[in-house]
Design a protein around this ligand. Structure first.
Ligand SMILES: *Cc1c(COP(=O)(O)O)cnc(C)c1O
Length: 468
């Protein structure tokens, strides 16, 4: 099993190299050279497996023998043991043939835990074998930072620095990051916006000396291992609902297109997925694309589902690669023009092909509140604004009422208490594992929006100290 870049000019790599590389050298994203395939009998045999064992079954073909079977089994076990639900990714029925998959039972209450808990362990394992260390640097507007910190806390081979905009993340989000006591975790509050934080991180990666000295690395959503780990819960849900005999559809609240691309991958591996409904908030570039075949960048506007306030969906390039016949030169050309002109168009044949599987649905804030309210009224369930976008997309886009649809609930309602209270009149409680979150001690360093100040802080704290 080897991985190739969507831009066609980087060397093909094995799993462990792709894991550590993140982005390919030519600016592209890594995808499998060919998708592994499970027969209907192999899929049927997945029924009833505990989540960690299913994860090993689904991921093993992607590893290409680069991680020993006992090691991946131990990592999967350890990664999912700490989740707050015995089913790990439970299904809850909303109505006939409409299900909610709860992907918020990890330590930071968002679906990102399902991949990052494993990816942190994979990093540590591969780095230990190589005798290497890395410094992970990232910027967050809230969710990603806490999931990355939880994944890396206490890992021997990793030092992690997360920049967040001072005073502009919610208290739950901030405390999930700053109350982590392990000495390899460093929180920096920047006197500036999220964009300022991102620019600081980009500037650090652009400094070649710093990058080499500290072995800078990232665990962002384009990392192949995250896509791989997310494929597992598509198998879990579909098999529970009758695959391989019965097809299943999924509705996915989408930002960077990472989660829903994993569904696309599951289908490429033989899972009978009838349709993928892509949900967006008012930042609807993907909805417009599935309607017209054109992506046009507009300004990002804040919404009730902030983890989807995104205009350029970085993982879309992986789908584009297939739409353009896996031709790296065409992808390079399209992406270069997209960056320069803010516009990306595919031809009619490609649009027809993509619409066979995908559809897009946009939900504005008032309709998001209304969906949360309706689900609560009809079922008693309290869902978060991102999950509401998924449920609305499932209802709006479902093609065959006889095919079960699964809407992905990507965040715990307690992460977005204000929107939940507005919709259903109650403030959801944090799960017991986080009940003392507001009493925990916080550790954070406030820095000005100044590159030298941030670099000095990172250099001073990084245990690598000049990569001795
Ligand atoms: C990150 C996130 C999303 C978007 O996921 P993508 O993989 O970027 O599409 C949706 N909902 C929540 C709660 C998130 O944290």
């Amino acid at each position: 099993m080897r991985y190739i870049s969507t831009r066609g000019r980087a060397p093909a790599l094995a799993f462990d190299d792709v894991l550590l590389a993140g982005l390919a050298e030519d600016g592209g994203l890594y995808v499998p050279e060919t998708w592994p395939h499970f027969s209907p009998d192999e899929i049927a045999a997945m029924a009833g497996l505990p989540y960690a064992q299913l994860a090993v079954r689904v991921m093993t073909p992607f590893l290409g023998g680069r991680i020993e079977p006992a090691a991946i089994a131990a990592m999967a076990d350890d990664a999912y043991r700490g989740f707050n639900h015995t089913a790990t990714a439970p299904l809850v029925q909303l109505e006939r043939n409409l299900w909610l998959m709860e992907l918020f039972h990890g330590p930071t209450l968002a679906f990102k835990d399902y991949a990052l808990q494993l990816v942190g362990r994979l990093f540590d394992h591969v780095l230990a074998k190589r005798g290497q260390r890395v410094t992970i640097v990232g910027a967050t507007s809230g969710d990603t930072g806490s999931a990355a910190i939880e994944a890396c806390r206490g890992r021997e081979r990793i030092e992690i620095f997360i920049l967040h905009p001072h005073g502009r993340v919610s208290e739950v989000q901030r405390r999930l990051m700053t109350s982590v006591a392990e000495p390899n975790v460093h929180n920096v509050a920047i006197e500036g916006s999220f964009d300022d934080c991102q620019d600081l991180v980009k500037a650090m990666f652009a400094d070649r000396v710093l990058r080499e000295q500290l072995k800078l690395s990232a665990v962002n959503s384009i990392n192949w291992a995250r896509v791989m780990a997310q494929i597992v819960y598509y198998f879990a849900a579909a098999v529970a609902l009758g695959a391989p005999k019965r097809p299943v559809g999924f509705a996915v609240p989408t930002g960077n297109f990472g989660n829903v691309y994993s569904g696309y991958g599951a289908r490429a591996m033989g899972l009978p997925i009838a349709q993928l409904a892509v949900g967006s908030n008012r930042n609807d570039i993907l909805t417009r694309f599935f309607e017209t075949g054109v992506q046009e960048i507009r300004a990002v506007e804040p919404s009730l589902s902030p983890s989807m306030d995104i205009q350029v969906s970085s993982n879309f390039e992986r789908l584009l690669f297939d739409l353009l016949g896996r031709d790296g030169a065409k992808v390079t050309d399209a992406m270069t023009r997209f960056r320069a002109e803010g516009r990306l168009a595919v031809d009619d044949a490609a649009l027809r092909a993509v619409r066979k599987l995908f559809g897009g649905h946009r939900l504005d804030d008032p309709s998001t509140i209304e969906t949360m309210r309706a689900v609560h009224r009809e079922t008693g369930l309290v869902i978060d604004p991102h999950g509401a976008v998924g449920v609305a997309a499932a209802r709006a886009l479902r093609r065959d009422p006889a095919v079960p649809m699964v809407a992905l609930a990507t965040a715990h309602p307690a992460k977005f208490p204000d929107a939940v209270e507005q919709a259903v009149g109650v403030r959801p409680a944090l799960p017991p594992s986080l009940a003392n979150l507001f009493k925990r001690e916080e550790r954070v360093t406030l820095l000005p929006n100044d590159l030298e100040a941030v670099k000095n802080f990172v250099r001073g704290r990084a245990s690598l100290k000049g990569a001795a």
